[in-house]
Design a protein around this ligand. Structure first.
Ligand code: FAD
Length: 419
């Protein structure tokens, strides 16, 4: 940002709601892009803002104490208001209502993230855990430290990561999954199939087609503490139950605001992450945006989206004032997962692909799946092949034509047909 632009930035007041990755990055990006006006960051949790991925990894195992962001809010002139919950927005008046009273704004950024789905039939049963917040992770640490028998409900990303940590800690782990395979909502059957084996190799029991009917608290407070009752009548004893069955945007508080929400409750943003209300933006897990690249609206519940999106929001806030609208937000989505000793990375979006190509043997330690539409790479999943991921991500971004023969050879670098 040039000094000239910096001087043109008016002193507007920006309020950011949600002090997770997307909210913090928005506040930081505003300063990085030369915004000099007041910035207030409001977060419902009392903790210093922190990063979530370590919660299902190092924080859970106790190898890291916490995961607070290394950001000096004071030095950046960002006012932090923690333990403060946003309750509603009055867009016509440019006012945010909070548990501490009304907060006027010139620009408002919604970054309230997502909240985990609760397990029907387990409401109010003590010892049934979710894993979304630092408090959740801290409640789960003793479960691991005491090597309790655990039933994990859901073989998605969070379920797999929790099962990994619990096995590492020495817990007996059973994972119950209603679908016929792990990651059924995220990956096609043939790609998820090799992952089924990972559970058994790590010593975890994976039960598919297993739907939980209810969780019964233990009788006479004897061990084990709970019984997980499945639809087929099976009864699984457990000291603790961890539920990882998905998350939905944390937007119930916007119900009366008039701000347009989508079918999943997500804030409908445009390609600059502006909402249906003037001067209100939405970013991170709470929002969806139209992807020009993939021709559909995307709701991305991953860390990289909460890093990239804020740069567009900040650029729009700063640039709009300076008459320089930013590029549309059109990322190649990216995420990673660490499970069962493997580093799993995904880039792109595969739903419209017409060809699936394997690089390497899925029974081996390292392999990649590539998805093509015509001769263009649209997505890839890399297991233990970070170089494939890095190269593939660039090729997806560039929309380069590929040679499927070269692509399928794991000994060849991932490169364009003409390169
Ligand atoms: P959040 O991180 O959910 O932050 C939103 C914040 O807003 C929260 O602190 C919440 O308390 C606050 N808030 C909500 N409502 C209100 C309100 N009304 N008023 C005030 N504040 C409010 N992604 C990956 O790509 N790789 C990983 O390995 C990975 N691991 C993960 C592990 C765990 C355990 C979890 C939970 C997530 C993981 N993710 C991972 C996903 C990633 O962390 C999220 O995509 C990211 O945190 C989204 O950031 P966000 O700021 O949009 O939302």
């Amino acid at each position: 940002m040039s000094e000239q632009t910096r001087e043109r930035t008016p002193e507007r007041r920006v309020v950011v709601v949600g002090a997770g990755m997307a909210g913090v990055q928005t506040a930081v990006a505003l300063r990085e892009q030369g915004f000099t006006g007041p910035v207030t960051l409001i977060g419902a949790e009392p903790h210093q803002p922190y990063d979530r991925p370590p919660l299902s990894k190092a924080v859970l195992l106790g190898t890291a104490e916490g995961s607070a962001f290394d950001v000096d809010f004071e030095a950046l002139g960002i006012t932090l208001r923690l333990g403060c919950e946003a309750l509603g927005v009055r867009p016509d008046e440019h006012v945010l209502d909070t548990s501490e009273g009304p907060e006027p704004y010139d620009r408002l950024v919604l970054a309230t993230g997502a909240e985990p789905l609760r397990l029907p039939g387990a409401e109010g049963v003590p010892g049934v855990h979710l894993l979304r917040t630092l408090d959740d992770a801290e409640r789960l640490r003793p479960v691991l430290a005491r090597r309790h028998d655990v039933v994990v409900v859901g073989a998605g990303w969070i379920g797999a990561e929790f099962a990994t940590a619990a096995r590492e800690a020495g817990c007996e782990v059973t994972v119950v999954e209603a679908a016929d395979r792990p990651l059924a909502g995220a990956l096609p059957a043939e790609v998820a199939a090799p992952m089924t084996r990972w559970y058994a190799e790590a010593g975890a029991v994976l039960r598919t087609h297993a739907r939980v009917r209810r969780v019964e608290p233990g009788e006479d407070s004897g061990e084990p503490g709970h019984v997980v009752v499945l639809d087929d009548g099976s009864r699984l004893p457990a000291d603790a139950v961890v539920v990882g069955i998905g998350a939905r945007p944390a937007t119930a508080w916007l119900a009366d605001s008039g701000i347009a929400l989508g079918a999943h409750g997500e804030v409908l943003a445009d390609d600059r992450l502006r909402t249906s209300a003037a001067d209100v933006y939405a970013v991170g897990d709470c929002a969806s945006f139209p992807s020009g690249r993939y021709g559909e609206r995307l709701m991305v519940h991953h860390w990289d989206n909460a890093l990239q999106g804020p740069r567009t929001v900040a650029a729009d806030i700063v640039g709009a004032a300076a008459g320089e609208p930013p590029e549309p937000y059109d990322p190649v989505p990216y995420f990673w997962s660490e499970q069962f000793g493997r580093f799993v990375q995904y880039a792109g979006h595969h739903t419209a692909a017409d060809t699936t190509l394997w690089r390497g043997d899925p029974a081996s330690a390292a392999w990649t799946v590539c998805w093509l539409r015509g001769d263009r790479l649209v997505a890839l999943l890399a297991v233990g092949r970070p170089r494939d991921l890095a190269q593939g991500r660039r090729l997806i971004q560039a929309g380069t034509a590929m040679d499927p023969r070269l692509l399928a050879d794991p000994a060849q670098p991932l490169k364009a047909a003409t390169a």
